[in-house]
Design a protein around this ligand. Structure first.
Ligand SMILES: NC(=O)c1ccc[n+]([C@@H]2O[C@H](COP(=O)([O-])OP(=O)(O)OC[C@H]3O[C@@H](n4cnc5c(N)ncnc54)[C@H](O)[C@@H]3O)[C@@H](O)[C@H]2O)c1
Length: 272
């Protein structure tokens, strides 16, 4: 028996990377999973891998920005499985470029997926998680929800927002005596398609950005999923993934707002 045995866990953005690894790790720990994504091909591959691992899986095409669809999806899953216990709000996108060069539509799109997608998933599932008597909300922020860096203004804003929203929810669930735990996840660099799938302002070389991300992203998605579920099992408020995330968290706590001078200098040297 594990914390996950027999539970119904929902993973958004499960067609790739951390979401796919989470779905696989969840079934290995005894959960039944509902996976979704906007990428039909990636989703089908995850469904195949989860089924091959012997897991019970339901796969749906779902855009987390479509609030009415997310609300209907939550009700549908409860009808299908009888209950839903855990939601992993994982779907996300990145966008690189200076704020000065970014269009409003770029800032809005990242906020729509990375922040409002998390809000939609949390609000849609929360009543069902409470009704399950043993719920858990797991929201994926980033180390860039702990510190900001140049060229990630849109992503920083969305991931800081996820952290603020999630930490408030955790305190509310505790103080109102709700049977729902809440965990905010801050991955460092994880070797996924996030940089290849990311947008960027025209002046930047997209392929070069993706290649340099591949060089620094050291943690595998599988290891990320293990660390997330270990933290979820312990009911942790905050899960940091990778040595890079632990160093960044330490720098933010020790240096306070002075981290900006350190990061700004480093980013300048790295040509960011
Ligand atoms: N990889 C990293 O280094 C890293 C670091 C910190 C945080 N994160 C976060 O982890 C989460 C997972 O990212 P990943 O690294 O696995 O990237 P990924 O690009 O491999 O996977 C993200 C998935 O989300 C899906 N998606 C995008 N927009 C969607 C939408 N509107 N509705 C539903 N699904 C949508 C994509 O199709 C894709 O399958 C994201 O929230 C990301 O911001 C990643």
């Amino acid at each position: 028996m594990t914390y996950f045995t027999g539970k119904v866990a929902v993973v958004t953005g499960a067609g790739s990377g951390i979401g796919r690894a989470l779905a696989l790790e969840l079934v290995q720990r005894g959960a039944r999973v509902a996976i979704s994504d906007v990428d039909a091909h990636g989703l089908a591959e995850t469904e195949h891998q989860v089924a091959a691992a012997g897991g019970e899986v339901r796969a749906d095409h779902l855009d987390v920005t479509e609030r009415e669809r997310v609300l209907a999806y939550a009700a549908d899953l409860v009808a299908h499985f009888g209950a839903v216990h855990q939601i992993y709000n994982n779907a996300g996108i990145a966008f690189t470029g200076d704020i000065e060069a970014m269009d409003f539509k770029h800032l809005e799109r990242v906020m729509d997926v990375d922040y409002w997608g998390v809000v939609n998933g949390t609000k849609a599932f929360l009543p069902h998680l409470i009704a399950s008597g043993d719920g858990h909300v797991v929201n994926i922020s980033s180390v860039f929800g702990i510190i900001s860096v140049p060229t990630q203004g849109a992503y920083n804003a969305a991931k800081f927002a996820v952290r603020g929203f999630t930490e408030a929810l955790r305190m509310e669930m505790v103080s109102r005596g709700r049977p729902v735990k809440v965990t905010c996840v801050h991955p460092g660099g994880i070797r996924t398609n996030v940089a290849r799938n990311a947008g960027s302002v025209d002046s930047l070389d997209h392929d070069a950005l993706a290649t340099s991300f591949d060089r620094v992203a050291r943690t595998t998605p599988r290891r990320a999923a293990e660390v997330i579920l270990n933290g979820v099992e312990k009911g942790k408020a905050r899960v940091l993934i990778g040595a890079d995330a632990r160093v960044i968290d330490l720098v933010a706590r020790v240096a306070g707002p002075h981290y900006q001078r350190l990061v700004g200098r480093f980013a300048g040297k790295a040509g960011l």
